[in-house]
Design a protein around this ligand. Structure first.
Ligand code: SF4
Length: 456
């Protein structure tokens, strides 16, 4: 009998890229390949790259070069590189990485079959798509979840129509295009039937959903439709953009029982002059007003943002303004990036004048401030009983379970360490919070909830 081809997959970058990886896995499933976790055991490895900013590209290149070594030391026969970095830099990569056997851009995901040598090579005659990505997957695309079976991302749109001056994403991910509501509900239903209880909505800008079709209430309508998908328990919305958040969206997020009180809005900065140079607009005052509107409608929403320090021309005073803003909002989760001077962006014309060590210092200062805030926020929660999604045994000790509250999204936020009680992975339980440990919470299970996977 012919031996199955063993395939290893390395997915770099964000959750949006992970969904693309899952679609490639879905195509591979149809060809009966066998997956291996250990790269040394793979015949073929597919690396889905991130091309967003310099450090992400460096990580992608290092991963490619390290993996290519397995052609000499392991059983690797083919190395395939896919994703954002290919879409953005295909020609340079082809010229400089002879160790790579095939490149797959964002619009060619099904090509993973022929690229890995599993299918007919005829498709290789199809012209290579050039320019920004234009494709949009739908619920008919095969998808093999790489997340635990109870959680999944739902990519509601592709591309971006904003022109943030630091961001190259629209130049390769293309213009914003929304999937249809029916298509998204069909995918959500299929995921729920397969056991998914927590759905995380993602896009470059989720609150823009439907605007490419002229709809201004697209996201609230979609949320109402997804709220009716029976087996779903939590729906979390990521990546809101301040200018496209409407009163109707805030109402829907606050009112719909399955949509969790989680406000993720990448604000990037809070100083009006920096925001203007970023071509985003707004100010600390407008941000505060908007976040307060969520707080007026939700009891204690978890709030997440991402920020950029060291944008060209960022003065000490502008940075201090950002620190004051972080102090005032008291976010639950903050990600901080140092500015990356990217070609294909309008900020590339500005002088990249904040030295890297000063950017690093500013990043560390925000993170230190935020660590204290999170600690205080988590301490305030001790004594409460909250719903927790159990995720399984702690990787370092069998005496702890880990889980997440509705205010903690997977991979990016903290978690709950459960030191007393039992709960099946993927089930929802009530946990009394007994302590705070840095970014994490500690608690004990006091009871199950009605809508666990076993009792839909
Ligand atoms: S909203 Fe701005 S930062 Fe986000 S993907 Fe679009 S252009 Fe880039």
């Amino acid at each position: 009998m012919k031996e199955a081809v063993r395939v290893g997959i390395i997915s770099l970058g964000c959750a949006k890229n992970l969904v693309d990886t899952e679609i490639m896995l879905g195509h591979l499933d149809r060809h009966g390949c066998e997956y291996v976790l250990e790269p040394g055991e793979a015949d073929v490895i597919v690396i889905n790259t991130c091309g967003f900013i310099g450090p992400a590209r460096e990580e992608s290149i290092e991963t490619i070069l390290e993996t290519a070594e397995l052609k000499k030391t392991g059983r690797l026969r083919r190395l395939v590189v896919a994703g954002c970095m290919v879409q953005r830099y295909r020609e340079q990569l082809q010229a400089n990485l002879p160790e790579v056997d095939a490149f797959i851009g964002l619009d060619e995901l099904p090509k993973v079959i022929e690229s890995t040598g599993l299918g007919s090579p005829t498709e290789s005659e199809t012209p290579i798509p050039t320019g920004p990505s234009r494709s949009l997957y739908d619920h008919l695309a095969p998808r093999h979840l790489a997340t635990p079976s109870w959680t999944a991302y739902l990519k509601i749109a592709e591309g971006c129509d904003h022109t943030c001056s630091f961001c190259a994403i629209p130049s390769f991910r293309g213009a914003f295009r929304s999937r249809t509501e029916d298509d998204l509900v069909a995918e959500a239903e299929r995921l729920a039937q397969a056991g998914v209880r927590e759905l995380n909505l993602i896009a470059q800008d989720t609150s823009h959903y439907g605007r490419d079709r002229g709809e201004t209430d697209g996201l609230p309508r979609l949320l109402r439709a997804l709220n009716d998908v029976e087996q779903l328990h939590w729906i979390r919305v990521h990546y809101l953009y301040p200018n496209t958040v409407t009163g109707g969206l805030i109402d829907a997020m606050a009112e719909l029982p399955k949509v969790v009180d989680y406000v993720d809005m990448p604000l990037q900065h809070a100083d009006a002059a920096v925001l203007s140079r970023m071509l985003r607009g707004g100010s600390a005052e407008s941000h505060l007003k908007l976040l307060q509107r969520f707080r007026n409608r939700m009891a204690d929403p978890a709030m997440r943002t991402t920020l950029i320090v060291g944008f060209p021309g960022e003065t000490d005073a502008e940075f201090d303004h950002l620190m004051d803003f972080v102090r005032e909002v008291r976010f639950d989760h903050v990600g901080v990036f140092t500015y990356s001077h990217e070609e294909d962006t309008s900020a590339h014309r500005l002088k990249d004048d904040v030295p890297q060590d000063l950017m690093d210092e500013r990043r560390a200062a925000v993170m230190e401030l935020q660590a204290g805030i999170v600690n205080d926020r988590n301490r305030d929660r001790v004594g409460r009983t909250v719903e927790v999604l159990v995720e399984g045994e702690h990787p370092e000790t069998e005496f702890l379970l880990t889980g997440r509250t509705a205010g903690q999204s997977q991979d990016v936020d903290g978690q709950v360490l459960i030191n007393d009680g039992m709960g099946e992975p993927g089930s929802f339980v009530q946990v009394e919070l007994t302590d705070a440990a840095g970014y994490d919470l500690v608690g004990r299970i006091v009871s199950g909830t009605d809508r666990s996977p076993e009792t839909p």
